[in-house]
Design a protein around this ligand. Structure first.
Ligand code: PLP
Length: 431
């Protein structure tokens, strides 16, 4: 069966709202390190890692061995109603790394479920359904998590089951705070929070949920320190802060292990997913015992924290720490980021190269404006593929190229990808 046949069958049986990348959708059949191979035998450098998920790389022996060892026991799944050694060990490690005092960890299968659990905990703890969320955010595909997603392409706001009030993200390119310097943007975002609390809520708000760097939104972030400034106000009202670390956790930003650390404050709840399983379904929520214990009914997850996922999670975390992948993200990310900035210098079609560590984005606009140029972005995206480089595309207006390669990316691979990207941008602008 060819990939074309597969595409026809895909379209006949899977929902049309499930997007597929590329004009000619890609079928990947193998992976190794930072490279993947398609059904026609062509190899690509993978700068997207299955949406920042293949954090350590494809087919890494230590992780394969840990999973195979678990499979060899014959126990792929035991109910989480039994004791699971790997689950306890992983929870201990994550609790210690989380920075949250007296932490408890609840494992789920996806970032959506992790955020759903965090919202459930926060609303029950505070006995309130009012939630603060951030414009241009993305938190998942369930009813509640879509309700706190501030990106129309991904949300169901007309059917929102929650009472949500929206905050400015503190970003600098567009909107009310555009062109303010970082300190003024923090002050303005805090003023915005106070005003939203006073005018758009009944006062008894449960929580604020926010991404330290907005992933799906196009790797947009407010100034460092914003969460700390927000939290001062939140603490005056007893409102909990949830840091959605689904994309920013595990050292991806290079400078810190968690995204929230750039903001100089510890959240009340932290959610994680994506990279920790390196492809196996593993996610969860961490919070102080006093907060996380607020779920009123018995609750457990059939698959969350299962032996295979948590075996993978332990191996991934050990690999990450043993090989200082956060340090590698900082080092190689700087090469990639500086190289991208040099490659686009003087191009009026690029509004900015931004991001941290190995979470980097290029935003395309009509020259001399901040008007998004989604068509140019699509040309760059397709040209990267044609050159042998897989990247992500996104942002609120579909005009951002996103790069989130495995954190094991080497300097040579960074330079190789950079050259493909620079050619793709030049050719797409000229086209
Ligand atoms: N939160 C953030 C910041 C995300 O980027 C995503 C997915 O992209 C999610 C939550 C949802 O995670 P999942 O797709 O594992 O449900």
């Amino acid at each position: 069966m060819t990939s074309d046949d597969l595409l026809a069958r895909h379209r006949a049986v899977l929902p049309s709202w499930m997007p597929l990348y590329y004009a000619e959708p890609l079928e990947l059949v193998a992976g190794s390190g930072r490279r993947v191979t398609d059904a026609a035998g062509r190899t690509y450098l993978d700068f997207f890692g299955g949406v920042l998920t293949t954090m350590v790389g494809h087919d890494i022996p230590e992780i394969r061995e840990a999973v195979e060892q678990q499979l060899r026991t014959g126990l792929v799944h035991t109910s989480t109603l039994y004791l699971i050694r790997q689950q306890v060990e992983l929870a201990e490690k994550i609790a210690r790394l989380s920075g949250i005092p007296d932490a408890r960890v609840f494992f789920t299968n996806s970032g959506t479920e992790a955020n759903e659990a965090a919202l459930l905990v926060a609303t029950n703890h505070r006995r309130s359904h009012q939630i603060l969320a951030v414009r241009n955010s993305y938190h998942g595909r369930s009813y509640a998590t879509m309700g706190v997603t501030g990106n129309r392409g991904w949300s169901a706001s007309a059917l929102n089951p929650l009472q949500v009030a929206w905050l400015h993200s503190g970003e600098r390119l567009r909107g009310l705070l555009a062109r303010l310097d970082a300190a003024d943007r923090v002050d303005a975002a805090v003023e915005d929070l106070r005003e939203v609390l006073a005018t758009q809520t009944a006062g008894d708000v449960a929580c604020l949920i926010a991404e330290p760097v907005q992933g799906v939104g196009g790797f947009v972030h407010g100034p460092d320190g914003l969460f700390a400034a927000w939290k001062k106000v939140l603490d005056e009202h007893g409102i909990l802060l949830i840091s959605d670390e689904v994309q920013t956790g595990w050292g991806r930003t290079g400078e810190h292990f968690w995204g929230y650390q750039a903001h100089g404050v510890t959240p009340d709840l932290l959610t994680f997913a994506k990279g920790i399983g390196n492809g196996f379904a593993l996610a969860g929520v961490v919070g102080r015992a006093e907060v996380l214990e607020s779920v009123p009914a018995i609750s457990f997850s059939t698959f969350g924290g299962n032996p295979v996922s948590t075996a993978a999670g332990n191996a991934v975390l050990d690999y990450l720490l043993d090989h200082d992948l956060q340090g590698n993200a900082a080092r190689v990310g700087a090469i990639l980021g500086d190289g991208l900035r040099a490659a686009v210098a003087g191009l009026d079609e690029v509004a900015e190269v931004r991001g941290k560590g190995l979470m980097l984005a290029v935003e395309f606009v009509h020259p001399g404006t901040v008007e998004p140029d989604a068509a140019l972005t699509t040309r760059v995206f397709e040209a990267c593929r044609a050159g042998g480089l897989l990247v992500g595309k996104g942002g609120l207006y579909g005009n951002v190229i996103r790069m989130g390669p495995p954190l094991t990316l080497t300097e040579d691979e960074a330079r190789e990808g950079l050259a493909i990207m620079a050619d793709a941008i030049r050719a797409s602008i000229e086209a």
